[in-house]
Design a protein around this ligand. Structure first.
Ligand code: GDP
Length: 296
């Protein structure tokens, strides 16, 4: 089992009992343990460095009161800062526009875009009583179009057909036209992904964004992606004005440090967490709970 931050620090602080304050001299060793814990949780290195610097500023001068020891005080500072960073921003989905509200799904292949599109459709139908249309602009993988059709059916939403010989932009505009004519509240646009960042793919999704002007552009990222999440997040942030993040596969055994990396790099709020392969496995992201998981 991985060592938790509390375990790591409690070993250290045995030598620090009776110290009334977190000072420059006692904080260094403790911060080294925080750094190790975050790296173990797969937070990307540059993000860890930045985070540690902020925590140090907040921790210095903190009084150690009652039965607490300096390690416990520091864990609490780290936990609070982690939850605040990951929880910043509006977590709710924004449909505040002239219908249909367009939601563009972006991310690498395998991140969980298609699954999340259907999960989101189901959530909007059941919780917000919306009429939802989905469409796939993935013209490279006919199987992806079929997959969206199947999961959209499971979600109880309507699916707009598309085919590999069409242009993604034409598909999206045809779906938008249909959505307007049939009074849909929401149009969810699933897009093509690649296994790695690819300039052609980014150009295509930028073009889709420009044609659709979506109210939400959600970056879907696999929580198991670990250190690499930072590069993916950077590329999508540069290509698109992201409005939110969906962190998938949180039911896996990763500590989910990617949440901190992606939040910091994109600047966009983490809105949802994917917690199973099933159609109802989407939850509003809970930063407080997730901070506990990252710290172990
Ligand atoms: P896409 O290529 O981005 O559209 O990814 P898919 O939606 O096809 O998902 C890729 C795989 O990840 C599929 O096997 C999904 O069932 C699985 N998946 C997606 N989201 C989750 C999740 O939150 N938890 C788990 N366990 N699996 C997920």
């Amino acid at each position: 089992m991985a060592t938790t931050l509390t375990d790591r620090l409690s070993r250290l602080v045995k030598t620090m009992r009776g110290q009334a304050r977190i000072t420059e001299s006692n904080v260094q060793d403790m911060l080294r343990e925080v750094r190790m814990a975050l790296l173990e949780a797969d937070v990307a290195l540059p993000v860890v460095k930045d985070f540690i610097a902020r925590v140090k500023d907040k921790a210095l001068g903190q009084e150690v009161v009652g039965s607490l020891n300096p390690g416990q005080v520091l864990v609490s500072v780290v936990h609070k800062e982690l939850a605040a960073t990951m929880g910043e921003g509006v977590a709710d989905i924004n449909l505040n526009t002239q219908p249909p509200a367009i939601i563009l799904m972006a991310g690498l292949q395998g991140a969980g875009k298609t699954t999340t599109t259907a999960k989101l459709a189901k959530l909007l139908i059941e919780k917000r009583k919306k009429k939802v249309l989905t469409v796939s602009a993935d013209v490279y993988r006919p199987a992806a179009i079929e997959q969206l059709k199947t999961v959209t059916g499971q979600a109880g939403a309507e699916w707009f057909p598309s085919a590999p010989d069409q242009k993604p932009r034409d598909i999206a505009l045809a779906a938008l036209d249909y959505a307007k004519k049939h009074y849909f509240d929401v149009l969810l646009v699933d897009t093509a992904g690649r296994l790695a960042i690819d300039e052609a793919l980014m150009a295509e999704i930028r073009e889709l964004h420009a044609a659709l002007n979506p109210v939400e552009t959600l970056f879907v990222v696999d929580a198991m992606q670990g250190q690499d999440a930072i590069n993916t997040a950077k590329a999508f942030k540069e290509a698109l004005p992201l409005t939110g993040v969906v962190l998938t596969k949180l039911d896996g055994d990763s500590r989910g440090g990617a949440a901190l990396s992606v939040r910091q790099i994109t600047g966009a709020p983490i809105k949802f967490a994917g917690v199973s392969e099933k159609i109802d496995g989407l939850e509003v992201f809970d930063a407080e709970r997730h901070a506990g998981r990252v710290l172990g």
